[in-house]
Design a protein around this ligand. Sequence first.
Ligand SMILES: *Cc1c(COP(=O)(O)O)cnc(C)c1O
Length: 239
Amino acid sequence: MDGSLRVADKYHDVKQRIEQTAVQCGRDPDDIQLLVVTKGHRPGLVREVISAGAGMLGENYVQEALEKMEFIEESGFVEWHMIGHIQSRKAKDVIEHFDFVHSLDRVKIAKRLSRYAVERDTRIPCLLECNVTGEESKYGWSLWVKNSWESVFEKFSEIFELEGIDIQGLMTMPPYHPDPEHSRPVFRKLVELQEVLSQKFPDQNFKHLSMGMSDDYMIAIEEGATFLRIGTAIMGPRI
Ligand SMILES: *Cc1c(COP(=O)(O)O)cnc(C)c1O
């Protein structure tokens, strides 16, 4: 009982802070979507955050997510977003069970996702995961030196051609640092990339920026995030 109150309270707290921060920096709070990251949490706790009002959930691992969904009756009424690296053999599961991909990081997986999406007569909305720092994170397009941008953009062009993929923007994950201000230049780099891509590919849509987690989401709002991916601040420490 206590636990359930805490998750709902934290959910509403975070929602309120998002709204306040948005208003303070002159943004419309409705342009900022909250994704509650439920990886590492049991189905009961996930159901509690859904009851509190969460409509979008983020998971990193396909297998863990599928097992969890079975125990969540409301599963079909919320959006599931894939935010982790996708193994090729899981592409079909992603198309069948997820609504949105934040972590598109290679052409091969894009082709697979597209093929299964087309088979189901749908398109999967995706974000391109960008590694703009070259540190720590293993995944994402290598975009930390501008010299490499053109060759990566060529690969993006291949993805834009895929019938089953609907690119809607960019995602990034800064390396962990105890001072959240260290995320700000990373977020700014993603915005710069968004501007460059929008000019280079005017027919494509890069409106979404998925950036900002428990420690740095207020900075992400100031820098233009449209999706926040928040786990610990709402769900507590992962098991
Ligand atoms: C785990 C995770 C999050 C959430 O992190 P918290 O610090 O718990 O808010 C966000 N994005 C990705 C890609 C993650 O893997």
